[in-house]
Design a protein around this ligand. Sequence first.
Ligand code: ADP
Ligand code: MG
Length: 500
Amino acid sequence: MTETSYRIHGATGDWEVVIGLEVHAQVVSQAKLFSGAATAFGAEPNSQVSLVDAAMPGMLPVPNKECIRQAVRTGLAINAQINRWSRFDRKNYFYADLPQGYQISQLYHPLVGEGELTIDADEKAGIPADKSIGIERIHVEQDAGKLMHDQHPTRSYVDLNRSGVALMEIVSRPDMRSPAEAGAYLRKLRSILRYVGSCDGNMEEGSMRADVNVSVRKPGEEFGTRTETKNVNSVRFVMQAIEYEAQRQVDVLEDGGRIVQETRLFNPDTGTTRSMRSKEDAHDYRYFPDPDLLPLELDEAFIEACRTSLPELPDAKRRRYVEVLGLSDYNAATLTAEAETARWFEALLAEGARIQKKSEGEVAKASANWLLSELYGALNRLGKSLEDSPVDPARGAELLALVADGTISGTIAKQVFEIMLETGEPAGKIVEEKGLKQTSDTGAIEAAVAKVLADNADKVAAYKGGKEALFGFFVGQTMKAMQGKANPGIVNELLKKALG
Ligand code: ADP
Ligand code: MG
């Protein structure tokens, strides 16, 4: 499959959906883009506002190097061109949450140019392999304040804490062709931003939000007129907005109407969009170069330092997990999708390799399986995330080492793990105290085997008559008689001998 097959079926034939996303991502930095005020989320209203953010007369903006560095690192992470020369422009408009009367942004000369991102293939969702989404640009701009209309029956308030916070606007090419692809793009972008550490990606807190551009066309025809649905704040809502908007456009067109280019609003309660205003053009904003700011000029050393500061990114990590660690592609994808998961897994690996005196490759499979099934299963049950897991990587590695060296069986390991979750105690101590060590005591196992065979004479006869599948039953019964503590290799061996 090389093409997206998502289509909307209409009376006049099939329609293709065209999607481009403009993502606003709040830059992780201590201070704002042009002032020293703090950026912490959830602070007391108007407690993080400098005179610059309040637009007091005579205040001058000073670019925050850290914000520029974060945007450049992000650009490098999507293989984008970094512009050595860029410039800030004023975008003029009036609104009560914008004390300056203009937003400082970059229209003509953005910091980051052309880049791209590969979304993950998903056959079920109709996403072809190696589909790459073009990114047109990333520019840096200020966020506005926030109006609060629900604090008082007749008054509105403004909170300027967010005013002046640095945003990256990441503008995609109209390369997506289905809601699923848009969802995959957002998830991949968020994953990369979190790996890079340039944005925390928390859509619920508004640190990442998307303007969703949608148009429809008959396959092979020119692009249709698009609408832009503003400020959608979850992956699911973006997908819903596209689905609704594409269907609405098809209905309008099939009724002989035409689509007007406009800005729309998404209603999360109904999953629908409604018109907000007709589309404004760049000239309505009277953009001009901000006279308070010099152009940004980056030298090679700065860019190189940004490049070397980048961590291993999700695609490269996933490939390494498959090629070097020998993991399945599915496990590699799951472990690398979020930076936090990969960090946890790598800590588990490093510790496992150290205590078992093996290579990371040798302990990788068991570690991955345990993390993805046992640990995730437990966290799901407890409603916890990896970050607040009651068992840390070192403790996990210790448990796995006890299985690897034959001290306990896999079955007992599950019991030990449950106790670890409850008590926080190390595996070794639990095994010791509860006497859970696996036994290789052939005498005891032999006795158990003899009893199991004696108690199940009918099955023994059936086995000898050719029902070989019963072997597993005997193993299970013997393990049960040994309370799970028998060395499974020895159980197998002794059973085979006893059954002839
Ligand atoms: P503006 O600056 O007016 O918002 P841009 O040309 O920068 O317009 O495009 C904004 C976004 O709209 C981009 O993400 C782009 O991919 C998307 N886009 C452009 N044309 C279309 C179209 N016909 N259908 C869907 N999306 C589109
Ligand atoms: Mg736009």
